[in-house]
Design a binder for this molecule. Structure first.
Ligand code: AOF
Ligand code: ZN
Length: 367
C-alpha cells in the first residue's frame, strides 16, 4: 500500500479516535481501522473509561479476517500489561502483517516498546503518517504524561469590543444560538468544563452538554478560593448525579467545605500565589486526578490568570457583531502585563462564521 492510501486510512483511524475524546481520560482517545484487500474488516476506538483499547475492539470485529491485514492505529499500540494484556500481543496473535501508526506513545510503560515488539515479531511497522494531526489529537494525553497538567482550551464569547456583559451584568445573549450549540459540541470533546467563582455566581451555569443527543457529560470544575458559591444553584443541585470538582484555598470556610462535600462535590485544596489560587497548581491537581483536556469558559479573572501564567494551549473566541462599550465587563481581567514582549502569543489556526458570529481558533505560539 502506498503513502496516499496509508494517509487515507490513517485519517479514518484519527476520526474514529476522536469519538472517544472527552470520555476515556486518563487514557488517550485512540482509533484503529483494520484493512484487508482494500476493505475495512474492523474498526475500533478507545471505549469510555479508557478500556478496552481501540485495537482490541477492532480485532474482535475483524476476527479471522485480521490475518495478513494492515492495522492503522492513531497511536503506538501499547506494550504493557495493565488491566488488559498488551495490544501489541493481540495484533501479533491475530496475524496482522503491517502496522501503521503516527507516533510513539508518551507513557513510559510503552514509549517505543510497542513498535519494538511488533518488529521483533516480524511485523512491518510504518510510523510518521499524519504525525502532526495525531500530535494535536493526543496533545492532552502527551502534556499530562510529560508535564502533569492537562491541555487547556480557553473559550471566550464576547462583543466586538471584547465585553462579556454590560455594566449591570446583563450577558444573555451576546452570541447566538448556533455559537452556543458549537460550545456544547466543544464541551463534549473535553474531559472537563471549568469556570471561575465569579461566573459560577453570576450565571449559575449547569455546565452540561445539552441538545446533542449524548449521554456523556464532562466533569464540572469550579475554581473558587473561598468556596463562596450558591448552595442552592444548578451545580449544587446536580453534584450527586454529575461530578463537580471544586478547587479552593486551604483557607476556605470549613463549614462551606463540609456543605459542598455533603452535596457530593469533590474538594481539591490548592496552593495560592498572593490572593489568588495558583493556576499552575490548579492544573497540576486536575492532571493528577486524571484529566487530559480542560475546557475553560471564563470568567475574566480565571482567564487572565491562566493567560498570565502561559497555561492556555488553545483559544476558541466567539465574537458577536455588537458593541458594548468600555463600561462593560471585559472578557479578560487584569493581567499585570508590563511589556508586550511578555504577552503570551497565539497563532491563528481557523476562522469561520458560526451563525451570525465569528469563531476564531488560536493556538499557542511555540518557541
Ligand atoms: C493502545 N490503544 O486505545 C489506548 C492506549 O491502564 P491501561 O492498561 O488501559 O493502559 C493505559 C495506557 O495505554 C495509556 O497510558 C496509554 O499508554 C495506552 N493507551 N493504547 O494501544 C488504546 N487508549
Ligand atoms: Zn493497548
Amino acid at each position: 500500500m502506498g503513502p496516499a492510501a496509508d494517509q487515507r486510512w490513517m485519517r479514518t483511524a484519527l476520526a474514529l479516535g476522536r469519538r472517544g475524546m472527552g470520555r476515556c481520560w486518563p487514557n488517550p482517545a485512540v482509533g484503529c481501522v483494520i484493512v484487508a484487500g482494500g476493505r475495512v474488516v474492523g474498526r475500533g476506538w478507545t471505549r469510555p473509561g479508557g478500556r478496552p483499547h481501540a485495537e482490541t475492539v477492532a480485532l474482535a470485529q475483524a476476527g479471522a479476517a485480521a490475518r495478513g491485514a494492515v492495522a492503522y492505529v492513531s497511536l503506538e499500540p501499547c506494550a504493557h500489561h495493565g488491566q488488559t494484556p498488551p495490544c501489541t500481543d493481540a495484533l501479533i496473535a491475530a496475524g496482522i502483517a503491517r502496522v501503521v501508526a503516527p507516533l510513539p506513545d508518551s507513557d513510559p510503560r510503552v514509549a517505543g516498546q510497542g513498535f519494538e515488539r511488533l518488529r521483533m515479531a516480524g511485523i512491518e511497522v510504518v510510523t510518521g503518517v499524519l504525525a502532526e494531526e495525531a500530535a494535536r489529537d493526543h496533545a492532552g494525553f502527551f502534556l499530562r504524561t510529560e508535564t502533569g497538567r492537562p491541555f487547556v482550551t480557553l473559550k471566550l464569547a464576547a462583543s466586538l469590543d471584547g465585553r462579556i456583559a454590560t455594566a449591570t451584568g446583563q450577558s444573555k445573549w451576546i452570541t447566538g444560538a448556533e455559537a452556543r450549540r458549537a460550545v456544547h459540541a466543544m464541551r463534549a470533546r473535553h474531559d472537563a468544563v471549568m469556570v471561575g467563582a465569579g461566573t459560577a455566581r453570576a450565571d449559575d451555569p449547569s455546565l452540561t452538554v445539552r441538545d446533542l443527543g449524548m449521554a456523556h457529560q464532562p466533569v464540572r470544575v469550579v475554581v473558587s478560593r473561598r468556596l463562596d458559591l450558591p448552595l442552592l444553584g444548578q451545580l449544587a443541585r446536580s453534584a450527586r448525579d454529575l461530578p463537580v470538582w471544586l478547587l479552593h484555598g486551604t483557607d476556605a470556610d470549613p463549614e462551606r467545605q463540609r456543605a459542598w462535600e455533603g452535596l457530593g462535590a469533590r474538594l481539591m485544596p490548592c496552593a495560592r500565589v498572593g490572593v489568588h489560587l495558583d493556576p499552575a497548581d490548579v492544573l497540576r491537581q486536575l492532571g493528577a486526578a486524571g484529566l487530559t483536556r480542560v475546557f475553560c469558559e471564563g470568567g475574566g479573572a480565571l482567564s487572565a490568570s491562566l493567560l498570565a501564567a502561559d497555561l492556555v494551549d488553545e483559544l476558541a473566541v466567539f465574537q458577536a457583531g455588537m458593541a458594548i462599550g468600555a463600561e462593560g465587563l471585559p472578557m479578560i481581567g487584569a493581567m499585570g502585563l508590563d511589556r508586550l514582549e511578555n504577552a503570551a502569543r497565539f497563532v491563528l489556526d481557523d476562522l469561520r462564521p458560526i451563525g451570525a458570529d465569528v469563531l476564531q481558533i488560536w493556538r499557542r505560539a511555540t518557541g
